[in-house]
Write a protein that binds this ligand. Structure first.
Ligand code: PLP
Length: 399
């Protein structure tokens, strides 16, 4: 016979005595939160190694921008560095500074555009700058001269993304200029794909062709070619000719494929899972709608549990009427609007207790909910789900 709901009352006392032994966050108040993102570092290790194996002699530059796609930039970077990663990529100088302050000495390329006033920050902290125009390259060189520090740059070529970088058809002027700088070491040259994760690779191949055209500059003049790179996760998976000296996988390292049409030539497993606990249990009668806007009600008596996670944590409100969670190995629907800090789940007439584990993303027995599922429910892409899980959700690392 199924559990009777009155039994729940006697479990109330357990809410505060949570099982915090697995939690290793520095802030005990935050770490005692019953909702957390579990980051499985052993999976990060196997994903990183699978990618490194696949690309052979190319250097893997793990991309750790946006808080390591939500997984925690410092811990993830320390881990990758301990695995032998030789260089990391971030989007902004501020992200690189977080890593320097945490004591990481590893080379870091800042992929985004540089602002003149920030150049000294890069130089003082031994960061590699993206030189995306002649003017910027010259400015970097000039400031480096004044500061008496040798700047290190990677030249950025736009082969079809139209974001930053010098267009491939005028790139020769940047390459010429890069031969004349005095205080700057041009370590690398790179570009970025707009469509490397699609089934149709026509556009990616065109970009690759343009990049190769730009690179021929060095061969024609018998000059040393700087380190070449263009491959993001999609290209690592689908375009072996684009691997060059360095590859720049982001999302793939975290065990998520960049799109659902990409060839899964490397097997990776999701690094993160997202868990919480039942914080409230009740029986809801027909005619008593649940949550804001009263958009959902049951046609019969049902048991409903409340989970202390909401869109303020990055559990998107747009998943309302679509999302599901796993409780005791079984999937149940989220009902009523997702609130800022809580949402409700219809468990029909099954049993659940306060403090029971609820899986928002992850695996349990035969059930699995992925970041891709959340992206589909929210009408977005996995990247946006991962990078929007708020810092209010503690990250718990599993070795
Ligand atoms: C974000 C980013 C990457 C990584 O992209 P994924 O699709 O996550 O692999 C690589 N290179 C640049 C320039 C980027 O901005």
């Amino acid at each position: 016979m199924k559990q009777h709901f009155h039994a729940e009352i006697f479990r109330w006392g357990k809410i505060n005595t949570m099982d915090s032994n697995k939690i290793s966050s520095s802030n005990s108040e935050i770490s005692s939160r019953p909702s957390f993102m579990e980051v499985d570092l052993t999976r990060l290790t196997s994903n990183y190694k699978a990618i490194q194996n696949f690309v052979g002699d190319s250097t893997v530059m793990p991309i750790v921008k946006a808080n390591a796609y939500g997984h925690g930039i410092v811990r993830v970077s320390q881990h990758l560095s301990s695995l032998g990663a030789k260089i990391l990529g971030v989007a902004f100088v501020e992200e690189a500074l977080v890593l320097r302050r945490a004591g990481l000495k590893i080379p870091i390329l800042v992929l985004g555009g540089v602002l003149g006033e920030q150049i000294p920050l890069y130089l003082e902290n031994d960061l590699i700058i993206t030189a995306s125009s002649i003017e910027k390259l010259e400015q970097i060189d000039q400031i480096a001269g004044k500061m008496d520090i040798k700047a290190k740059v990677h030249l950025k070529i736009d082969t079809g993304m139209e974001r930053i970088g010098v267009h491939y058809y005028t790139a020769e002027t940047l390459l010429e200029a890069s031969l004349k700088v005095k205080n700057t070491f041009v370590e690398g040259i790179f570009s970025h794909f707009a469509n490397a994760d699609s089934a149709d690779l026509t556009n990616a191949n065109l970009q690759l062709e343009r990049f190769n055209g730009v690179l021929s500059f060095y061969e024609k003049r018998s000059l040393r070619t700087p380190l070449r790179h263009i491959a993001n996760s999609g290209a690592v998976l689908q375009l072996p000719e684009s691997q060059f000296d360095i590859v720049r996988p982001g999302i793939l390292m975290y065990g998520v494929y960049p799109s659902n049409e990409v060839i899964q030539s490397i097997k990776v497993k999701p690094v993160m899972s997202w868990k919480s606990k039942v914080v409230y249990f009740k029986v809801v009668k027909p005619g008593h709608p649940v949550s804001y806007g009263s958009i959902w009600q049951s046609e019969k008596m049902v048991r409903v549990v409340t989970i202390p996670v909401g869109y303020g944590d990055g559990y998107f409100r747009s998943m309302t009427e679509k999302a599901e969670v796993i409780l005791d190995g079984k999937r149940y629907p989220v009902v009523g609007r997702i609130c800022m800090d809580q949402f409700m789940v219809n468990i029909d007439w099954d049993s659940a207790y306060n403090n029971d584990e609820v899986i928002l993303v992850g695996e349990s027995k035969k059930e699995k909910i992925t970041v891709e599922d959340l992206a589909n429910w929210a009408g977005t892409i996995p990247y946006e789900i991962l990078t929007n899980i708020n810092t209010r959700v503690p990250r718990v690392y599993k070795e």
